[in-house]
Write a protein that binds this ligand. Structure first.
Ligand SMILES: O=c1ccn([C@@H]2O[C@H](COP(=O)(O)O)[C@@H](O)[C@H]2O)c(=O)[nH]1
Length: 277
Protein backbone atom coordinates (compact mmCIF):
# COMPACT_ATOMS: atom_id res chain seq x y z
CA UNK A 1 0.00 0.00 0.00
CA UNK A 2 1.38 3.42 -0.94
CA UNK A 3 1.52 6.47 1.30
CA UNK A 4 -1.30 8.13 -0.67
CA UNK A 5 -3.47 5.03 -0.44
CA UNK A 6 -2.89 4.88 3.32
CA UNK A 7 -3.81 8.56 3.76
CA UNK A 8 -6.90 7.97 1.61
CA UNK A 9 -8.02 5.07 3.83
CA UNK A 10 -7.51 7.19 6.96
CA UNK A 11 -9.71 9.91 5.51
CA UNK A 12 -12.40 7.53 4.25
CA UNK A 13 -12.59 5.51 7.46
CA UNK A 14 -11.95 8.55 9.68
CA UNK A 15 -9.64 6.33 11.65
CA UNK A 16 -5.92 5.74 12.11
CA UNK A 17 -6.42 2.65 14.25
CA UNK A 18 -4.14 -0.36 13.90
CA UNK A 19 -5.53 -3.49 15.53
CA UNK A 20 -2.87 -5.78 16.98
CA UNK A 21 -3.26 -9.51 16.44
CA UNK A 22 -1.14 -10.89 19.32
CA UNK A 23 -3.18 -14.04 19.49
CA UNK A 24 -2.33 -16.18 22.48
CA UNK A 25 -3.94 -19.62 22.49
CA UNK A 26 -4.02 -19.47 26.30
CA UNK A 27 -6.10 -16.28 26.26
CA UNK A 28 -8.64 -16.88 23.54
CA UNK A 29 -12.20 -18.00 24.42
CA UNK A 30 -12.27 -21.71 25.19
CA UNK A 31 -15.13 -22.46 22.78
CA UNK A 32 -12.71 -21.70 19.91
CA UNK A 33 -10.46 -24.57 20.93
CA UNK A 34 -12.88 -26.93 19.10
CA UNK A 35 -11.83 -25.41 15.77
CA UNK A 36 -9.06 -27.02 13.72
CA UNK A 37 -7.05 -23.78 13.89
CA UNK A 38 -8.30 -21.80 16.93
CA UNK A 39 -5.80 -18.96 16.44
CA UNK A 40 -6.92 -18.40 12.86
CA UNK A 41 -10.60 -18.60 13.80
CA UNK A 42 -10.08 -16.01 16.55
CA UNK A 43 -8.26 -13.71 14.11
CA UNK A 44 -10.92 -14.25 11.44
CA UNK A 45 -13.70 -13.16 13.76
CA UNK A 46 -11.70 -10.19 15.14
CA UNK A 47 -10.92 -9.01 11.60
CA UNK A 48 -14.53 -9.41 10.48
CA UNK A 49 -15.71 -7.40 13.50
CA UNK A 50 -13.22 -4.52 13.17
CA UNK A 51 -12.33 -4.13 9.48
CA UNK A 52 -14.45 -1.02 8.87
CA UNK A 53 -13.08 0.73 11.98
CA UNK A 54 -9.35 0.39 11.43
CA UNK A 55 -6.82 1.02 8.67
CA UNK A 56 -4.16 -1.49 9.70
CA UNK A 57 -3.55 -4.85 11.34
CA UNK A 58 -0.36 -5.78 13.15
CA UNK A 59 0.24 -9.42 14.07
CA UNK A 60 3.15 -9.65 16.48
CA UNK A 61 5.21 -12.51 15.06
CA UNK A 62 6.28 -13.84 18.47
CA UNK A 63 2.77 -15.14 19.09
CA UNK A 64 2.94 -17.23 15.91
CA UNK A 65 6.55 -18.42 15.76
CA UNK A 66 6.29 -19.61 19.38
CA UNK A 67 3.71 -22.15 18.12
CA UNK A 68 6.11 -23.68 15.59
CA UNK A 69 4.92 -24.75 12.14
CA UNK A 70 1.25 -24.54 13.13
CA UNK A 71 1.78 -20.95 14.25
CA UNK A 72 3.37 -19.96 10.93
CA UNK A 73 0.44 -21.58 9.15
CA UNK A 74 -2.05 -19.59 11.28
CA UNK A 75 -0.11 -16.44 10.42
CA UNK A 76 -0.09 -17.24 6.69
CA UNK A 77 -3.84 -17.90 6.69
CA UNK A 78 -4.46 -14.71 8.69
CA UNK A 79 -2.35 -12.63 6.30
CA UNK A 80 -4.38 -14.16 3.48
CA UNK A 81 -7.67 -12.78 4.80
CA UNK A 82 -6.50 -9.29 5.77
CA UNK A 83 -8.75 -6.83 3.93
CA UNK A 84 -7.08 -5.29 0.88
CA UNK A 85 -7.97 -1.78 2.11
CA UNK A 86 -5.97 -2.32 5.32
CA UNK A 87 -2.22 -1.82 5.77
CA UNK A 88 -0.52 -4.96 7.09
CA UNK A 89 2.42 -4.86 9.51
CA UNK A 90 4.58 -7.80 10.55
CA UNK A 91 5.75 -6.75 14.00
CA UNK A 92 8.87 -8.90 13.86
CA UNK A 93 11.57 -6.46 15.07
CA UNK A 94 14.20 -8.00 12.78
CA UNK A 95 17.62 -6.69 11.67
CA UNK A 96 20.96 -8.52 11.18
CA UNK A 97 23.98 -8.48 8.88
CA UNK A 98 22.99 -7.77 5.28
CA UNK A 99 22.61 -11.25 3.83
CA UNK A 100 20.56 -12.36 6.85
CA UNK A 101 18.34 -9.26 6.73
CA UNK A 102 17.79 -10.05 3.06
CA UNK A 103 16.29 -13.41 4.12
CA UNK A 104 14.14 -11.75 6.78
CA UNK A 105 12.86 -9.33 4.16
CA UNK A 106 12.00 -12.23 1.83
CA UNK A 107 10.29 -14.06 4.70
CA UNK A 108 7.81 -11.25 5.35
CA UNK A 109 7.56 -9.39 2.01
CA UNK A 110 7.98 -11.95 -0.75
CA UNK A 111 4.71 -13.80 -0.99
CA UNK A 112 5.87 -16.15 -3.76
CA UNK A 113 8.85 -17.15 -1.66
CA UNK A 114 7.29 -17.48 1.79
CA UNK A 115 3.52 -17.19 1.46
CA UNK A 116 3.59 -13.84 3.32
CA UNK A 117 3.38 -10.44 1.64
CA UNK A 118 3.09 -7.87 4.40
CA UNK A 119 3.15 -4.16 3.54
CA UNK A 120 5.56 -3.38 6.38
CA UNK A 121 7.90 -4.89 8.94
CA UNK A 122 9.29 -3.49 12.19
CA UNK A 123 13.10 -3.41 12.29
CA UNK A 124 15.60 -2.78 15.10
CA UNK A 125 18.21 -0.21 13.93
CA UNK A 126 20.98 -1.24 16.32
CA UNK A 127 23.11 -2.94 13.64
CA UNK A 128 23.05 0.07 11.34
CA UNK A 129 22.56 0.87 7.65
CA UNK A 130 23.48 -2.47 6.04
CA UNK A 131 21.10 -4.31 8.39
CA UNK A 132 18.17 -2.08 7.33
CA UNK A 133 18.91 -1.59 3.62
CA UNK A 134 17.65 -5.06 2.48
CA UNK A 135 14.18 -4.23 3.83
CA UNK A 136 14.15 -0.80 2.16
CA UNK A 137 15.20 -2.31 -1.16
CA UNK A 138 11.85 -4.10 -1.52
CA UNK A 139 9.81 -1.93 -3.88
CA UNK A 140 6.40 -0.94 -2.55
CA UNK A 141 7.16 -2.12 1.00
CA UNK A 142 7.72 -0.23 4.24
CA UNK A 143 10.35 -0.47 6.95
CA UNK A 144 9.31 0.68 10.42
CA UNK A 145 12.31 1.47 12.59
CA UNK A 146 12.20 1.32 16.38
CA UNK A 147 12.97 4.86 17.56
CA UNK A 148 11.44 5.49 20.99
CA UNK A 149 9.66 2.43 22.27
CA UNK A 150 6.74 2.36 24.70
CA UNK A 151 8.24 0.11 27.40
CA UNK A 152 9.96 1.42 30.55
CA UNK A 153 13.26 -0.18 29.49
CA UNK A 154 13.07 1.85 26.29
CA UNK A 155 14.76 4.66 28.21
CA UNK A 156 17.80 2.52 29.12
CA UNK A 157 19.53 3.25 25.81
CA UNK A 158 17.17 5.32 23.69
CA UNK A 159 17.27 8.34 26.03
CA UNK A 160 21.04 8.42 26.52
CA UNK A 161 22.36 11.76 25.32
CA UNK A 162 25.60 12.30 23.42
CA UNK A 163 28.17 15.06 23.99
CA UNK A 164 25.88 17.49 22.14
CA UNK A 165 22.97 16.65 24.49
CA UNK A 166 21.04 14.83 21.76
CA UNK A 167 19.29 11.60 22.84
CA UNK A 168 19.99 8.40 20.93
CA UNK A 169 16.44 8.10 19.57
CA UNK A 170 16.83 11.46 17.84
CA UNK A 171 20.18 10.37 16.36
CA UNK A 172 18.52 7.16 15.13
CA UNK A 173 15.86 9.19 13.32
CA UNK A 174 18.38 11.65 11.85
CA UNK A 175 20.52 8.82 10.52
CA UNK A 176 17.69 6.60 9.28
CA UNK A 177 16.20 9.57 7.40
CA UNK A 178 19.20 9.29 5.07
CA UNK A 179 18.42 5.62 4.32
CA UNK A 180 14.82 5.94 3.18
CA UNK A 181 12.05 8.46 2.65
CA UNK A 182 8.51 9.25 3.73
CA UNK A 183 7.14 6.73 1.21
CA UNK A 184 9.01 3.68 2.55
CA UNK A 185 10.09 4.47 6.10
CA UNK A 186 8.17 4.92 9.35
CA UNK A 187 9.25 5.11 12.99
CA UNK A 188 7.92 3.39 16.11
CA UNK A 189 7.23 5.88 18.88
CA UNK A 190 5.38 4.67 21.97
CA UNK A 191 2.11 6.32 22.98
CA UNK A 192 3.51 6.43 26.51
CA UNK A 193 6.08 9.05 25.40
CA UNK A 194 3.67 12.03 25.22
CA UNK A 195 5.65 15.23 24.77
CA UNK A 196 8.63 13.44 23.20
CA UNK A 197 6.53 13.42 20.00
CA UNK A 198 7.52 17.08 19.68
CA UNK A 199 11.21 16.12 19.46
CA UNK A 200 10.39 13.28 17.05
CA UNK A 201 8.49 15.68 14.78
CA UNK A 202 11.47 18.07 14.73
CA UNK A 203 13.41 15.38 12.86
CA UNK A 204 10.58 13.54 11.11
CA UNK A 205 7.94 16.17 10.32
CA UNK A 206 6.29 14.12 7.55
CA UNK A 207 7.04 10.47 8.28
CA UNK A 208 4.26 8.21 9.47
CA UNK A 209 4.73 6.99 13.03
CA UNK A 210 3.55 3.62 14.30
CA UNK A 211 2.38 4.30 17.84
CA UNK A 212 1.84 1.31 20.15
CA UNK A 213 0.91 1.73 23.79
CA UNK A 214 -2.68 2.96 23.81
CA UNK A 215 -5.01 0.81 25.92
CA UNK A 216 -3.27 -1.80 28.07
CA UNK A 217 -0.07 0.29 28.41
CA UNK A 218 -1.95 3.46 29.34
CA UNK A 219 -0.72 5.78 26.56
CA UNK A 220 -2.67 8.99 26.02
CA UNK A 221 -4.24 9.28 22.54
CA UNK A 222 -5.01 12.99 22.90
CA UNK A 223 -1.43 13.81 23.80
CA UNK A 224 -0.12 11.68 20.93
CA UNK A 225 -2.33 13.65 18.53
CA UNK A 226 -1.49 17.02 20.07
CA UNK A 227 2.25 16.56 19.54
CA UNK A 228 2.36 13.97 16.76
CA UNK A 229 -0.42 14.53 14.22
CA UNK A 230 0.45 16.10 10.86
CA UNK A 231 -1.67 17.52 8.03
CA UNK A 232 -1.78 13.97 6.56
CA UNK A 233 -2.47 12.47 10.01
CA UNK A 234 0.96 10.81 10.05
CA UNK A 235 -0.03 8.35 12.77
CA UNK A 236 -1.00 4.70 12.98
CA UNK A 237 -2.03 4.11 16.57
CA UNK A 238 -2.03 0.49 17.67
CA UNK A 239 -4.10 -1.14 20.39
CA UNK A 240 -4.02 -4.87 20.94
CA UNK A 241 -5.02 -6.41 24.28
CA UNK A 242 -7.63 -3.73 25.07
CA UNK A 243 -9.43 -4.72 21.86
CA UNK A 244 -8.85 -8.40 21.19
CA UNK A 245 -9.18 -9.52 24.82
CA UNK A 246 -12.04 -7.17 25.78
CA UNK A 247 -13.98 -10.37 26.55
CA UNK A 248 -13.01 -14.02 26.70
CA UNK A 249 -16.58 -15.21 26.22
CA UNK A 250 -18.61 -16.00 23.12
CA UNK A 251 -19.18 -12.23 22.68
CA UNK A 252 -15.42 -11.55 22.19
CA UNK A 253 -15.74 -10.27 18.62
CA UNK A 254 -18.65 -8.00 19.47
CA UNK A 255 -16.77 -6.59 22.49
CA UNK A 256 -13.65 -6.13 20.36
CA UNK A 257 -15.75 -4.14 17.91
CA UNK A 258 -17.10 -1.96 20.73
CA UNK A 259 -13.58 -1.15 21.97
CA UNK A 260 -12.34 -0.48 18.44
CA UNK A 261 -15.36 1.76 17.85
CA UNK A 262 -14.61 3.83 20.97
CA UNK A 263 -11.06 4.41 19.72
CA UNK A 264 -12.23 5.16 16.17
CA UNK A 265 -14.63 7.79 17.48
CA UNK A 266 -11.87 9.44 19.54
CA UNK A 267 -9.65 9.37 16.44
CA UNK A 268 -12.36 10.89 14.27
CA UNK A 269 -12.71 13.77 16.75
CA UNK A 270 -8.95 14.38 16.59
CA UNK A 271 -8.89 14.23 12.77
CA UNK A 272 -11.73 16.75 12.58
CA UNK A 273 -10.34 19.05 15.28
CA UNK A 274 -6.93 19.18 13.55
CA UNK A 275 -8.38 19.71 10.07
CA UNK A 276 -7.19 16.42 8.54
CA UNK A 277 -10.73 15.50 7.42
O1 LIG B 1 7.53 0.19 21.50
C1 LIG B 1 6.81 -0.78 21.25
C2 LIG B 1 6.95 -1.53 20.10
C3 LIG B 1 6.07 -2.56 19.87
N1 LIG B 1 5.07 -2.85 20.75
C4 LIG B 1 4.14 -3.94 20.39
O2 LIG B 1 2.83 -3.38 20.19
C5 LIG B 1 1.84 -4.22 20.76
C6 LIG B 1 1.16 -3.50 21.92
O3 LIG B 1 0.18 -4.31 22.50
P1 LIG B 1 -0.85 -3.77 23.65
O4 LIG B 1 -1.58 -5.00 24.05
O5 LIG B 1 -1.74 -2.75 23.01
O6 LIG B 1 -0.02 -3.21 24.74
C7 LIG B 1 2.58 -5.49 21.16
O7 LIG B 1 2.59 -6.35 20.05
C8 LIG B 1 3.98 -5.02 21.44
O8 LIG B 1 4.95 -6.03 21.25
C9 LIG B 1 4.95 -2.10 21.88
O9 LIG B 1 4.05 -2.33 22.72
N2 LIG B 1 5.82 -1.08 22.10
Amino acid sequence: MTRNELIHQIKVKRSFLCVGLDTDIQKIPTHLLDYEDPVFEFNRQIIEATADLCVAYKPNIAFYESMGGAGWESLRKTWGILPKDCFSIADAKRGDIGNTSERYAKAFFDQQHSGLGFDAITVAPYMGHDSVQPFLQFQGKWTIILALTSNTGGMDFQAITDAGGVPLFERVIQKANTWGNTANLMYVVGATRGQAFESVRKHAPDHFLLVPGVGAQGGDLQEVCKYGMTADCGLLVNATRSIIYASNGTDFAERARQEAHILQQQMERELVARGVV
